[in-house]
Design a protein around this ligand. Structure first.
Ligand SMILES: NC(=O)C1=CN([C@@H]2O[C@H](COP(=O)(O)OP(=O)(O)OC[C@H]3O[C@@H](n4cnc5c(N)ncnc54)[C@H](O)[C@@H]3O)[C@@H](O)[C@H]2O)C=CC1
Ligand SMILES: O=C(O)[C@H]1O[C@H](OP(=O)(O)OP(=O)(O)OC[C@H]2O[C@@H](n3ccc(=O)[nH]c3=O)[C@H](O)[C@@H]2O)[C@H](O)[C@@H](O)[C@@H]1O
Length: 469
């Protein structure tokens, strides 16, 4: 007989735990969902009118179910005791020190969440690994949990990686391409897997719910992110060839993407991919490959990250070279700071790397992003452990609009593809800029011909420079 899930607890109220479990509550009125976090401010925000993360469509879902079958609390213990299924959706950042530093995932939060469950559980639980973790982490979780189980309590571990992308999270969750659930292929493991299948089956067609063994599920998550990031690095590598030859990267991407075997998605050249996961997960795969004594495989995946770093550096070099080989004290308006549009998340955003380089070159940087706070921008640009905020504020200012950012600027740099940047009144902007007025489009969103007609000197990723000075 299948276990019927009635109460779910989610450890971690972040970008994944919050939206994922809010959607479960929205779609499964017969299940109580409690999302817990150690971070009191984050929980307070989830309980307020001003949710801690910006995600289109999230407010509606949270406001509709909060207080009915969706709860946010810091009372971890109580929520764990009551739940029959627990998602572990805590952060798994790249290790900063020790063994595997710079590559391996830091599993300290996963382990401490697992121990918390083991310490307080008074009845059997299905424990679901939602965080992205290295292959065989479920085994470590099982060892910890089993050491604390007895004939009255058993723990079944599942892997259910999340594939949502920020900015489209709610859509991705409401109609996922697939849901992946890995479990031990024992009668108990299969029963636990089935219990989670039934939760998703409230709204996901069953042919989109894939069940596999635990290790395939864990590896598939790293593999999916690696394959996606690899496509971006491939198109960005080609963008460098386009700039040198006169080919146009959008035309190349379109022509290639029309081949149904290649497909059109994820072929947009850019100043480089960002986000909390692509780099982290590939480095994790690199580390795994090295641990498995597969150095060629490790080097292959590492190159995806190296190319991404190269793309950011290449863009900065092009800007400096175009601005007559110096940007000292020049005003650069950076439009966009989030790692992609429709999110306020800045983790690993390409804009951070660009701005740091501009600051190094003694430029004056003026940043505008519709969703990122001033505090966040200064936090991202300051060096941890170094009190350089005052020095930073002499070089960096934050603008309230794209117009304010561009006033008196020597150059505009498009770092994030926010839709509003396409709609700007460029003649008005041009008027107020230093001349010659430059635009560097790192996202291929602007109509370069139109801008040239206004008088701008336009440089676009993946297109040859047409102005010669
Ligand atoms: N951000 C994204 O778009 C995606 C992230 N992932 C993965 O999901 C996992 C979580 O990512 P995010 O939600 O972005 O991280 P996040 O940093 O936004 O949220 C994690 C939360 O867990 C909390 N936490 C840590 N230990 C805890 C504990 N013992 N008990 C309760 N709360 C605890 C932290 O305070 C934090 O609020 C990571 O492994 C990530 O790789 C997977 C798919 C998409
Ligand atoms: O594991 C994760 O965290 C998630 O990582 C990515 O989602 P996310 O990072 O939120 O956003 P993406 O849309 O994948 O964009 C990542 C970066 O690549 C860039 N990108 C994306 C697509 C493209 O064609 N070109 C390009 O430069 C984006 O601007 C952004 O900086 C994956 O798309 C999700 O499936 C996955 O769940």
């Amino acid at each position: 007989m299948t276990t019927q899930v009635k109460k779910i607890c989610c450890l971690g109220a972040g970008y994944v735990g919050g939206p994922t479990c809010a959607v479960i509550a929205y779609k499964c009125h017969d299940i109580d969902v409690t999302i817990v976090d150690l971070n009191e401010a984050r929980i307070a925000a989830w309980n307020s009118d001003n949710l801690p993360i910006y995600e289109p469509g999230l407010d509606k879902i949270v406001f509709e179910r909060r207080g009915k079958n969706l709860f946010f609390t810091t009372q971890v213990e109580q929520a764990v005791i009551e739940a029959d299924l627990i998602f572990v959706s805590v952060n798994t950042p790249t290790k900063k020190s020790g063994l595997g530093a710079g590559f391996a995932a830091d599993l300290a939060y996963v382990e401490s969440a697992t121990r918390q469950i083991a310490n307080v559980a008074k009845s059997s639980k299905i424990v679901v690994e939602k965080s992205t973790v290295p292959c065989r982490t479920a085994e470590s979780m099982r060892t910890i949990l089993e050491a604390n189980s007895n004939e009255n309590i058993r723990f079944d571990i599942l892997s259910n990686p999340e594939f949502l992308a920020e900015g489209t999270a709610i859509n991705d969750l409401l109609s996922p391409d697939r849901v992946l659930i890995g479990g031990l292929q024992t009668p108990e493991g299969i029963r636990a897997q089935q219990a989670l299948v039934e939760v998703y089956a409230h709204w996901v067609p069953t042919d989109r719910i894939i069940t596999t063994n635990l290790w395939s599920s864990e590896l598939s998550k790293l593999a999916a992110n690696a394959l996606l990031a690899q496509r971006i690095s491939s198109i960005n590598a080609l963008s460098a060839i386009c700039e040198a030859t006169g080919a146009d990267i959008d035309e190349v991407a379109y022509a290639c993407g029309r081949d149904t075997r290649i497909g059109p998605k994820f072929l947009k050249a850019s100043v480089g991919f960002g986000g909390s996961c692509f780099q982290k997960d590939i480095l994790n795969l690199v580390y795994l490959s090295e641990q498995l004594n597969l150095p060629e495989v490790a080097a292959y995946w590492k190159q995806v990250v190296d190319l991404n770093d190269y793309q950011k550096k290449r863009f900065v070099s092009r800007i400096i070279k175009t601005l007559f080989n110096t940007i000292t004290n020049k005003k650069i308006a950076v439009l966009g700071f989030a790692f992609k549009k429709d999110t306020g998340d800045t983790r690993e955003s390409a804009a951070i790397a660009l701005c740091k380089d501009f600051i190094q070159e003694n430029a004056k940087v003026r940043i505008y992003d519709p969703k990122v706070s001033t505090e966040q921008i200064f936090m991202d640009l300051s060096t941890p452990g170094v009190d350089n905020l005052d020095a930073l504020k002499k070089r960096v200012t934050i603008a309230k609009t794209a117009y304010e950012a561009s006033e008196d600027a020597d150059a505009i740099v498009i770092a994030t593809e926010w839709d509003e940047f396409k709609e700007l009144d460029f003649p008005k902007i041009y008027e107020k800029m230093h001349k010659p007025a430059f635009i560097f489009d790192g996202r291929l969103i602007l109509d370069a011909e139109n801008l040239r007609n206004i008088g701008f000197r336009v440089h676009t990723i993946g297109r040859e420079d047409r102005d010669f000075y």
